[in-house]
Design a protein around this ligand. Sequence first.
Ligand code: URA
Length: 435
Amino acid sequence: MNMNDLIVKKRDGGALSKDEIRYFINGYTEGEIPDYQAAALLMAIFFRKMDKFETFELTDAMRYSGDTIDLAGVRGIKVDKHSTGGVGDKTTLIVAPLAAACGIPIAKMSGRGLGFTGGTVDKLEAIPGFRTAMEPEDFLQQVNDIGIAVIGQTAHITPADKKLYALRDVTGTVENLSLIASSIMSKKLAAGSDAIVLDVKCGRGAFMEEQAEAEALGEIMCEIGRAAGKKTVAAITDMSQPLGKAVGNSLEVIEAIETLKGRGPSDITALSLCLAGIMICLGGRVKTTAEGKILARQALESGAGLNKLRSFIARQGGDERVIDDYELFPQSSLRREILAREGGFINGIDARAIGLASQHTGAGRRTKEDDIDLSAGIVLHKKTGDKVSKGECLATVFSSSQGRLADAEKEVARAFDISKEKKGEPKLVKKVLGL
Ligand code: URA
């Protein structure tokens, strides 16, 4: 077998066999296949696509390209949750403690942000002292003791995805159904949970802008999960505007805490309860997702979710006092208010533009190696459908650099679409697949 033949086969629209896919994944992971040939194959896949069989085989080859996690030592049905990536998506920080408070063991591996999307590990690291690296035995012990642990992805899990994702990111080959599905599902399957809840985003701030594309992605990921013997459910949710009001690491943790105190924005609260309800149902506590949602709401209203977050932060070395004192989070030295140039209704807030603006503030990375400013970001004061008067504050931008603030400011102002007529608000949860 040789790589050139595989590239030509895919370039001409052929389907790769199981052995060919394994040859590629193993050879690339081992460093035997160079980046230029891997990039050529990715581009051929991007244009010619993969069929279902190839997508399943690609996922499997990546899943076993490194270590896999054995969660057999954790009692109960372990349920994982994954978002395909968005702007202002801090739901894991809310959903994981809520589900754990309802008795669902959460043994979760999360990623860092890249480009205009954020990542849970960066958000958790905004909590002073919080550790996202842990020995495997301590990880399992923590889940058995307090019902929840979240760690960063280790270098040994799905190394093929790590290399390929970095290459896709710089070769214009991210937005392909098979490549996204195999990338996400290989990690989820290697992480060892019994059931998986996927939050598949659609809209301007998502990889899949159209709902039909997001549904196709949700369908194939559910099929991959089920074929691997895991209950898998996908919620197709809106990412046309940022989720909640805060974008940026410490700002998002504060919003998650506020949500667990019952004071969160309505969209983030609704989505968190929906996802937690599905997790509680898949975890076997109740028969329907509606019953799961009732339990999640009770955990929110009773403060059980907030208490779970508190013990989770403390157990991973974080300063749990942040829950009552937001000044303990890193603080930006500069802030700027963005005022409406005209009055009317907010017709839309371009999630991608806000994500890019957040990156400009220093909250996000341009390359994997970039350091981030944990205090920086944006707080929106208006959301789609809201009325606004000329001169009213639309958003506050936080940064510690004048130059960054100025770049972000322009992007935030551009993101708001204001019109005289009020148009409909986007539907938050568009569909749930796989139930
Ligand atoms: N998230 C992933 O982990 N992989 C992708 O390809 C896209 C989003």
